[in-house]
Ligand binder design. Structure first.
Ligand code: HEM
Length: 387
């Protein structure tokens, strides 16, 4: 049993709570590694790497229904495949697999470099530049649109919707709801305009031609896939790029090292993902009474897997809070760790690596122009460019 469950009663993993969340994790891991928060209707939280991996691998105890998100992503319908439990989950996930193979992702590589370079040139042209809005946000949105078959020029619209849905939902739920309705209406029109198109090699094509147990997907299922991929793939990658640049802006030695040795960027990217994880936590619902680390959790209780804490667990990593650019055996939880493990991890990783390669190749030495800007989220990142 945790010795002090009351320590975490106001634990939250949204908004300004993220400013100091790494200190909070330390305290929770010491006092109540399995604890209870009163926020968002009340939930248990798991902060130890082992416990989180174990829960990830026990979908018969820890269900993703009604939503992996807490609070939900402003929808009433389960998002496919993230909010679906086995056995249905397997078939729903399988449909997306061809879209995320290394071969398909590899085909995006050249365009990814080109886009990242063009955006980086815009940053480099200024003395003070917002690298989030000019670089970290547009890049994944444009790349994903290419893969998905969404009109690339619509990216500023996508960007605003993602912001409203992901960030506003804890501040102004109605605004998030309205954005979600607009996204569904947008995909509804897009899908209808594509029904007789059989030639393209993109997400919409895969979804329109996919079969599940010998039948085509319903229109509602198609919409759910589009919505989930839209909210899962854009903000996460933008956050990963922004937070990596945030770190590099304050660490000129690390910046110079990666600029001179770009072959070290993939390992460094992994370390940024571990320590500055874009998805700090995801929720489950307990399907039967169970016990974690001696703490009883009842059927029906919400349980939050705090990936960000697990990723800094001193029992799992040496010097857990240090960013060690060439850390070895870096098995982390940034992409989850069970049957719902991120399907876009190859894509997200590659985008992050290419973004850092191009940014460091094009933009001269940069530093933070506004140190009050937080490490987290996809808000502005104002950089001073050049010495
Ligand atoms: C750095 C970027 C990314 C991070 C950190 C990230 C993180 C995550 C996490 C933590 C999960 C939940 C895993 C779990 O609970 O076990 C997840 C699921 C998922 N992600 Fe990502 N993600 C990223 C990029 C992407 C991209 C680019 C796409 C697609 C375009 C994507 C598509 C998905 C899908 C479809 C799922 C649900 C898988 C399932 O339920 O079987 N993600 N992601």
């Amino acid at each position: 049993m945790s010795d002090n469950t009351s320590a975490g009663h106001d634990f939250d993993f949204h908004g300004r709570s993220l400013d100091t969340i790494f200190e909070t994790y330390k305290e929770l891991q010491a006092k109540c590694p399995v604890g209870r928060s009163d926020k968002h209707g009340g939930f248990w939280f798991l902060t130890k790497s082992d416990d989180i991996f174990a829960a990830e691998q026990a979908p018969d105890t820890f269900s993703v229904a009604p939503s992996m998100l807490l609070p939900d992503f402003a929808t009433d319908v389960p998002l496919i495949p993230i909010d679906i439990d086995p056995p249905e989950h397997t078939d729903y996930r399988r449909i997306l697999l061809p879209l995320f193979t290394p071969k398909v992702i590899g085909r995006l590589d050249e365009g990814m470099h080109r886009t990242a370079r063009e955006l980086a040139v815009e940053v480099a042209a200024q003395e003070v530049a917002d690298a989030s809005h000019l670089f970290a946000r547009p890049m994944p949105t444009i790349i994903f649109s290419r893969l998905a078959g969404f009109p690339e020029q619509d990216w500023p619209k996508f960007d605003q919707w993602v912001d409203d849905i992901i960030y506003e939902r804890t501040v102004d739920y109605e605004r998030a709801r309205q954005a979600a309705d607009e996204v569904f209406a947008y995909f509804d029109a897009l899908l209808k305009s594509r029904t007789d198109d059989a030639g393209s090699d993109d997400l919409i094509y895969y979804l329109l031609t996919a079969e599940i147990k010998g039948r085509k997907l319903t229109h509602e299922e198609l919409l759910s896939y589009c919505y989930l991929l839209f909210v899962a793939g854009l903000d996460t990658t933008a956050w990963a790029i922004r937070s990596s640049l945030w770190y590099l802006a304050q660490n000129p030695k690390a910046q110079a090292r990666l600029r001179e040795n770009p072959d070290e960027i993939p390992a460094a990217a992994e370390e940024f993902l571990r320590t500055l994880s874009p998805v700090q936590a995801m929720a489950r619902t307990c399907l039967k009474d169970t016990e974690v680390r001696g703490q009883e959790i009842k059927e029906g209780d919400r349980v939050v897997l705090v990936f960000g804490a697990g990723n800094r667990d001193p029992e799992a990593y040496e010097q857990p809070d240090d960013i060690i650019l060439d850390r070895q055996n870096n098995r982390h939880l940034a992409f989850g760790g069970g049957i719902h493990r991120c399907l876009g991890s190859n894509l997200g990783r590659q985008e992050l690596v290419v973004a850092l390669e191009e940014f460091l190749a094009v933009v001269p030495e940069f530093s933070l122009a506004d140190p009050s800007e937080p490490w987290h989220g996809v808000g502005s990142l104002t950089l001073k460019i050049g010495r």
